[in-house]
Design a protein around this ligand. Sequence first.
Ligand SMILES: [Zn+2]
Length: 392
Amino acid sequence: MQYDLLLKGGDVIDPAQSLHARRDVAFAGGKVATVAESIPADTAGEVVDCSDLLIAPGMIDLHVHVYWGASHYGIWPDTHCVAKGVTTAVDAGSAGADTFPGFRKFIIDTSATRLFAHLNISAQGMLDPDIGELMDIRFARVDRALATIEENRDVILGVKVRLTRRSLVSEESGIRPLHLAREAADAAGLPIMVHPQDAWCDSLDDILAVMGKGDILTHCFHNMPCGIFDDRGRIRDSVHAAIERGVIFDVGHGAGSFSWQVVESALEQGIQPTTISSDLHIYNINGPVFDLATTATKFLHLGLSLNDTIAKVTAVPADVIHMPGQIGTLAPGAWGDAVVFRQETGEFPLVDSLGIHRTARQRLVPITTVRGGAVYHAPAHAPAHVHHHHHH
Ligand SMILES: [Zn+2]
């Protein structure tokens, strides 16, 4: 057989190649082999009929929490990522220097989902549901973060810091963790990823002031202090300036960080997220987030084009993590990751982090994932969720 797998007769959308047309996609040796108008079915070992379906590159989620069994946020990655069309995901700080070796050995190295990570500047990562990781500034250890990065350069993409006062960061710690994350990231030559809401500072201006090209501001549409608007509801000048110099504005929907009102006002003022991510974790997999496809569906509902929406979960995040041409595209030679969606029309309830409903007229439902050139089949048994008494 010339090809291992053939996705036949789908509507292929691949923003990285400016392609949106009816195509067949063939995979061989774990990679995308050919994309053509018609590839004979008898050239492939397995053929999947994709008539009336949408074929996209495997999605990339820049913000998830998948340190199952250690971080209180942790979900089992394959159940919620690769099984839902996300072939590559980046864990956003669930592990710090002291907890990263277990994350690597037991999660990253064993998952069917291709995983990367931002290392938490707190050496413990995000362990305890009641005591925030920077309630004691002694947990922020630049030296240990750097040593862990050096040992895991292939999977650590940056340094994560969460800044929320009182619940995560003590008054004594203040805004120092941001600067310690910056110090570690600069020493390693990596970007920072910042969770900014309600930080110990006057406004988002103070946070963006230390962020440059390639740094990621996640939770960009939250409605708490340190948001993207000024007192009059206008996009802050510092936000326009940050976008201009290449700071990544990432959705990071989460349980508490996505407000219809904020995102609608931002879109009206011409601000779009750079990347669409879920912040998927144990406290939002049963709503309001559910999965990345549902988060993408929210942006379709908000008026983004299908091409732009798919780009922000494929080609753009691939660029952000410096892997264009390898992931986030169906160009021949790319790693063989794809998702087949059914585009459903009807009436679908969508909920933001404040419990406010909207009704979508269309949605994207991932029905088949291709990972490494083969159809992904979930194993019969995945670990059950760890139950915590405290819920966010
Ligand atoms: Zn998060």
